[in-house]
Write a protein that binds this ligand. Structure first.
Ligand code: HEM
Length: 537
């Protein structure tokens, strides 16, 4: 009596390819409205089932997850043989487990995350500084681009203990932007595996260029570290050092840590981590600009807690419930990975339906997060809904799974969570944001661009007005000039002890410790330099 889930009529050869269009997450949602939480489709030669409800997600990602955690694999991911070393593409066997464990231990445990906290806070400060520079003269800021540089900076420092020059980071951004679109776009090779070798749409060829470029960057890091090790430089004890320690050792199932494995692992972390995080912050900013009440409420919360402080610390986040609600609401409305795709490694039976071995199983995260049965007014941006609701994105509340759930839950979730809160707060603490009417007409264009990451089709550009009194032009000559003018403090009797209200980098009532106590030095020149740095930073 077991049968396949219902589904739309198929056309010869193409099956239901004509049903999915440019935005598969929306097309799948329409199919679910018509046929229910499990829908059978055929995409060319590939059999698939789409799961679209909280219960359906629980069945796939929890109850039957042991049998449905395989990966169908995108043909684009085969560029440069990447699939063989990619955590995202590997089947859930020993190599995949070992690579996940290694990344978790070296990057994502609470201890490692704690050790790297200062890096994230430094990158958030740099972000504010870059926004300030980009905005010079009132020019609109391309929000996702600036955030990308900060997020990539965190990832590069965490993996390689190195910063990269601005030009490389810019190129990385362009490569990631293109790769998530090229890899995620419909590709005939995925639907007709027998002709995949011909690469008729040229997707693999395009991906080879992009993957090859990222591999080049990673190779550069590996070679540089090898040379430094030979020269006897001290260890950094980062993910790269640990991977190099394992080099050449044959692990279970015969896989070995070598240059290819390192390339695959580092590339996945860079690509999966940077695009999704920067797009989420871009969506959050767009929603806040469209919902000024929420924007105001969040800025008031920040001001209430941080007073005149110009930077946010990670330890502040737990005391900012509205900020947390804004991030959750953004992830609910705009889960940047809208569809999780797994493969059934065995035939399973779910709610009386049969899902045969080899079926691709899509979980429509985007549609589940908008299920009308669960969420009041689901299309509306309403962070308040999370204030009195004890619900998180850790993979146990199946109505809210922006990071997926089960064995393949997002590997970088603990880092993403920290970066999202810290960077959004930094953007809002120091700046008042507006959009230019002449660019945006009646409102922001919130059209989505589908790819491996669901981003804004029209990148958000907004004007950031610096809030800080420390930059007030009435008071400071050439106020934007950084550090080049510590002299301004030499001939001016002004301190930051909370009595000169035009210069209160430590707020008011700050008396416990002065910078020169910390550096053990007090003279006029060092005071002036510290004062200049405090004013700017
Ligand atoms: C807002 C930010 C992010 C979102 C919304 C997000 C979401 C997701 C989702 C939905 C999946 C698929 C889960 C599944 O297949 O069931 C995933 C997988 C993954 N994510 Fe993330 N992610 C984010 C940030 C990050 C970061 C910062 C990293 C690493 C630095 C990362 C690394 C990965 C990796 C390696 C996988 C593949 C896991 C596997 O197949 O075993 N992600 N992510």
């Amino acid at each position: 009596r077991r049968r396949l889930p219902p589904g739309p009529r198929r056309l010869p050869v193409i099956g239901n390819l004509h049903n999915i269009g440019k935005n598969p997450h929306r097309a799948f949602a329409r199919l679910a409205d018509r046929y229910g939480p499990f829908v059978s489709i055929r995409l060319g030669g590939v059999r698939a089932v789409v799961a679209t409800s909280t219960d359906a997600a629980r069945e796939i990602l929890q109850r039957h997850n042991a049998d449905i955690a395989g990966r169908g694999g995108l043909d684009s991911w085969h560029a440069c043989g990447h699939h063989a070393n990619s955590i995202i593409a590997l089947p859930p066997r020993r190599k995949w487990r070992a690579m996940r464990k290694l990344c978790t231990e070296e990057l994502f445990t609470p201890r490692r995350l704690g050790e790297l906290r200062a890096v994230r806070e430094e990158k958030a400060r740099e972000l504010a500084r870059r926004v300030s520079d980009a905005n010079a003269g009132g020019a609109p800021v391309a929000v996702a681009r600036e955030v990308f540089a900060a997020v990539a900076g965190v990832l590069l420092r965490s993996m390689f203990s190195e910063d990269m020059d601005a030009a490389t980071v810019r190129q990385l951004r362009d490569v990631v932007e293109e790769a998530v679109v090229v890899a995620g776009a419909p590709n005939l090779s995925d639907y007709f595996p027998v002709i995949a070798a011909a690469d008729v749409m040229g997707v693999r060829r395009r991906m080879e260029k992009l993957v090859g470029w990222v591999y080049g960057v990673i190779d550069g890091q590996i070679e540089q570290r090898r040379r430094r090790r030979i020269a006897g430089e001290p260890r950094k004890n980062d993910l790269l050092d640990v991977a190099l320690d394992m080099e050449g050792e044959v692990e279970g199932e015969g896989w070995v840590m070598n240059r290819e494995t390192m390339r695959g692992m580092f590339m996945d972390l860079l690509v999966a981590g940077s695009g999704s995080t920067s797009s989420t912050i871009e969506w959050a900013m767009a929603e806040l600009l469209e919902n000024q009440k929420s924007m105001k409420k969040l800025q008031e919360e920040l001001k209430g807690l941080l007073g005149t402080r110009t930077h946010v610390a990670e330890s502040d986040i737990s005391q900012l419930p509205y900020l947390q609600a804004v991030i959750k609401e953004t992830l609910r409305l705009h889960p940047t990975v809208p569809i999780a795709f797994n493969k059934a490694d065995a035939t399973v039976e779910i709610q009386g339906y049969k899902i045969p071995q080899g079926t691709t199983v899509y979980v429509n995260i985007w549609a589940i997060c908008r299920e009308a049965k669960i969420w009041d007014d689901p299309e509306k941006f309403m962070p308040e809904r999370f204030l009195d609701r004890d619900i998180n994105f850790l993979g146990t509340n199946f109505e809210f799974i922006p990071f997926g759930a089960g064995r393949r839950i997002c590997l970088g979730m603990p880092l993403a969570e920290r970066m999202l809160h810290l960077m959004l707060a930094s953007l809002l603490l120091q700046f008042d944001w507006t959009i230019l009417d002449e660019v945006n007409g009646d409102g922001l264009d919130m059209t989505e661009k589908f790819g491996l990451v669901l981003s804004m089709a029209m990148p958000l550009r907004a004007v950031a007005k610096e809030k800080s009194k420390l930059m007030e032009a009435k008071i400071w000559d050439d106020p934007e000039k950084f550090m080049l003018m510590p002299e301004r403090f030499l001939e001016r009797d002004i301190n930051f002890l909370g009595t000169n209200f035009k210069f209160i980098p430590f707020g008011i009532g700050w008396t416990t410790q002065r910078p020169w106590d910390a550096i053990g030095r007090k003279d006029a020149a060092s005071d002036a330099c510290i004062a200049a740095a405090c004013r700017f930073d």
